[in-house]
Design a protein around this ligand. Sequence first.
Ligand code: 5GP
Ligand code: ZN
Length: 114
Amino acid sequence: MSDCIFCKIARHEIPARVLFENDDLFAFHDINPQAPVHIVIIPKVHVENVLSASDEHTGILGKLLRAAAGAATQTGIAETGFRVVLNNGVDGGQSVDHLHVHVLGGRKLAWPPG
Ligand code: 5GP
Ligand code: ZN
């Protein structure tokens, strides 16, 4: 998707504070952090959201969760705890239509979310 902001980040066309990158995924610090640590992890392939994902994306979905654990470890929030969030659709608060998970931590997070 040429006009997708997260595709552009994955292609290095828009700068981001990169946490890590591999063949499948790209992880970067959120531009508008909601916690002391707020990482966004995206697949390099454009998938709109979890509803659009199909069986061919099962591997990517697993890799996103494994990468979320890695991001928590890398940013030092694994011990104290963290949250992995996947917003989906309008009511879910999804503002970028490219599948992504948020990794949030570094403070006590409220539950339930707003
Ligand atoms: P969503 O609301 O779709 O679940 O999450 C999208 C997230 O991407 C938001 O937290 C927003 O702050 C972040 N975001 C949007 N545009 C950019 C950008 O250009 N750079 C970075 N680093 N984060 C972005
Ligand atoms: Zn995209």
